[in-house]
Design a protein around this ligand. Structure first.
Ligand code: ADP
Ligand code: MG
Length: 679
């Protein structure tokens, strides 16, 4: 039962099944000071009366416990006779239990009672642990407190030798950590709230530290042992492009990342690099130039995007930029027509197509590369781990991987969430961008908003209107969007204004056509759902209107906002909402108005939402910690990471005498490959 429900197989598992709270029996409350905010309390007093009241089902034993400050009513519905026999009117007792209130008076049903005489002799823990259990276990009578009995028994069998220290002694001293044995003991049966906090801190530190060690060792093993194709040189394609056709000078951050990629790919080891950069920071050109290095070395390169629109956009963009180099660029998506498809597949297979852009279609088995040297994944958080992993298999020696994401998360968190990936960041926006002005407006300010939009359109700019997809049924979503479209149309009638629309129900061709008309400025307004959230680039668009903005998450709002402010024009993001907005939503909108900085927004998002499913990492299991919380314990994580790096810097394989316990611990740990290969 424990096995199936809680994954508890061994004593160690039981030890690591931590209580989620303790019932505090260390303190005794004066009855007069009991308040409804207390959940469990312990009181001490004399039983002054005891009687059976009620009939049949309502039959119960009621006792009055009195201390100097007041009276507490104790009630039993079961075991009445036994209780009556064991309790003595006039005796002094400690009563512990869950508090209830009836007509404003405090009461306790089925309290635990202990005569004060016995209590002083008994060595019962004063903070009693309560454990998480499943409903099924509860139904079988194994509740959160019963597990405590098991744990208690277990501790009777254990001593310090069986839970030896694994951290080097100087750590304990420097970080003021309690011993491992103490930590386990105190986390279950703390002698005081402070001791409990110390134990928790120690266990969190240990968990995060060992996780960082494991990651660091995986990374370094990959650096030392994995095989990768070698890009030994930078050739004509790269150089010609760099010197003659680059449409703008690269930012310092872009150059730095290219250097990092260049270094990785030249070593003979497989590159596995995560590239983080805020929306609009210019990741695409970095990917393109990395691909040119692959081609310079006789390999093919591909980039996989999460949507058809984005793939198409990359294709147009790449084709235009690479035209002077006479490089053949191909595109493969779900909607590529069969004749075209055959040709493209052949080109991929015989190697005549050097650069291939596509969607998920790229990972299908029919796609056989001649010699794939580099695979780029754009907006990687939109892909599952398995999908990414599939690209590995597209070449005998796995291709170099560059995974790009625009949803920033703090560096340490990223490195933990992404397991053994190396990490690059573009932390600098291209020059000449004017910051986007973000405002929150209530629905009744719509007329002014629409007037403003008209004035922007007059200036030749373009506008996005985004509607949320939140209703339960797809049909309703669709109808909401259509309603929204009609509303927008009423404000902006043809033929003065033309509107594009993109949504999930359209065929790829329809989306494509609508998008193209917007890109070509045949329409001034784009109405859409979050389908357009990802990566779309129309520099002339200067206003992003988000309808029912309170229904979007922070990172999504930030992504959407990133669709504007891509040219040199002043851009605006207008968040519309009704006047009834919840507190969290209000916070989110407030943050959006305050800052454009994706990293700040990511931090705030984590605070508000918790780690949730950070960029699809949940499936990788990388975020399942027993006691630490990657978000709440960020500060410990940072520290643990530094310690881990220092340690591995000195002793990469943990061969030193002092580190052997650590090495053995890591080796013995179940699921040592927990992190797996993430892409
Ligand atoms: P993202 O990182 O969100 O994918 P993009 O690669 O789409 O961003 O770049 C956003 C815009 O910035 C594009 O129009 C791109 O051409 C432009 N851009 C990228 N790098 C630079 C640069 N160094 N200088 C000027 N503009 C740049
Ligand atoms: Mg992009």
């Amino acid at each position: 039962m424990l096995k199936k429900e809680l994954q508890i197989f061994t004593f160690e598992d039981l030890l690591s099944h931590f209580p989620y709270k303790h019932l505090d029996k260390t303190s005794v409350q004066p009855i007069g000071q009991i308040s409804p905010s207390m959940e469990y309390v312990q009181v001490r007093g004399f039983i002054v009366s005891m009687e059976i009241v009620g009939e049949r089902r309502a039959r119960r034993l009621v006792a009055q416990l009195r201390d100097r400050t007041g009276i507490l009513e104790l009630t039993w519905f079961q075991g009445i006779n036994w209780v009556q026999k064991t309790l003595a009117v006039g005796g002094e007792y400690l009563a512990f239990g869950k508090l209830g209130f009836f007509l404003g008076k405090p009461q306790m049903t089925h309290p635990e009672l202990e005569s004060v005489k016995d209590a002083s002799a008994s060595a019962k823990p004063s903070m009693e642990p309560v454990y998480p259990v499943t409903e099924k276990l509860k139904a079988r009578g194994l509740n959160g407190r019963a597990i405590g009995k098991l744990t208690e028994q277990l501790f009777l069998l254990l001593d310090e030798k069986q839970i030896p220290e694994i951290l080097p002694a100087f750590f304990l001293e420097k970080e003021n950590l309690c011993s491992r044995w103490q930590a386990f003991k105190q986390v279950h049966f703390p002698s005081s709230p402070e001791a409990y906090q110390q134990a928790v801190y120690r266990l969190k530190f240990e968990e995060l530290f060992t996780a960082q060690l494991r990651l660091g060792m995986l990374r370094s093993a990959r650096h030392r042992f994995s095989r990768g194709v070698v890009f030994s040189k930078v050739g004509d394609y790269f150089n010609d492009f760099f010197h003659q056709y680059l449409p703008f000078p690269l930012t310092g951050a872009q150059k730095r990342v290219l250097k990092e990629i260049r270094q990785d790919t030249g070593t003979g080891r497989q590159m596995n690099r995560l590239l983080q950069g805020d929306v609009g920071s210019g990741k695409t050109i970095v990917a393109l130039m990395a691909m040119l290095i692959a081609i310079d070395n006789g390999f093919q390169a591909c980039i996989m995007a999460p949507t058809e629109i984005l793939a198409r956009q990359h294709f147009d963009n790449f084709s235009a930029m690479l035209a002077p180099l006479e490089l053949s660029v191909g595109i493969l998506t779900g909607s590529t027509k069969s004749a075209e498809r055959k040709k493209t597949l052949a080109g991929i297979q015989d190697g005549s197509l050097k650069i291939i852009i596509g969607t998920h279609a790229l990972i299908e088995d029919v796609v056989q590369f001649s010699n794939l040297g580099l695979a780029v994944i754009d907006e990687q958080h939109k892909f599952g781990v398995a999908q990414r992993a599939k690209l590995w298999g597209k070449h005998a020696i796995p291709p170099h991987m560059l995974v790009m994401t625009a949803t920033p998360i703090p560096r340490t968190l990223a490195m933990t969430a992404y397991g053994d990936l190396d990490y690059s960041v573009i932390d600098e926006l291209p020059p000449g961008r004017t910051p986007i002005l973000t405002v929150h407006r209530l629905d009744d300010a719509r007329p002014q908003v629409m007037d403003f939009i008209k004035s922007e359109i007059k200036l030749g700019r373009q506008i996005y209107f985004i509607f949320p997809l939140i209703e339960a049924s797809e049909k309703m979503q669709y109808e909401d969007l259509m309603q929204g479209y009609e509303n927008v149309k009423a404000w902006f009638p043809e033929p003065q204004y033309w509107i594009s629309m993109v949504h999930g129900r359209m065929t790829a061709d329809q989306k494509e056509m609508n998008m193209r008309r917007f890109v070509n400025r045949e329409t001034q307004i784009m109405v859409g759902t979050t389908v357009i959230e990802v990566g779309v680039n129309v520099p002339n668009a200067s206003v992003m209107v988000i309808e029912s903005a309170e229904k979007f998450g922070l990172s999504q709002l930030h992504q959407l906002r990133g669709r504007v402010g891509r040219g040199s024009e002043k851009s605006y993001c207008i968040l519309l909402s009704g006047s009834q907005v919840g507190k969290d939503a209000k916070d989110r909108l407030g943050v959006m108005c305050l800052t454009n900085d994706g990293f700040k927004i990511a931090e705030k998002d984590l605070d508000l939402r918790g780690p949730g499913d950070i960029q699809g990492t949940r499936q990788s299991g990388a975020l399942s910690f027993r006691i630490a919380d990657l978000v709440a314990d960020r500060a410990i994580l940072e520290k643990a990471k530094i310690y881990a790096e220092d340690l591995l810097g000195i002793d990469p394989d943990l061969n030193l005498e002092v580190n052997i316990p650590l090495r053995q611990f890591l080796k013995a740990e179940k699921g040592g490959t927990l992190w797996g290969k993430i892409s």
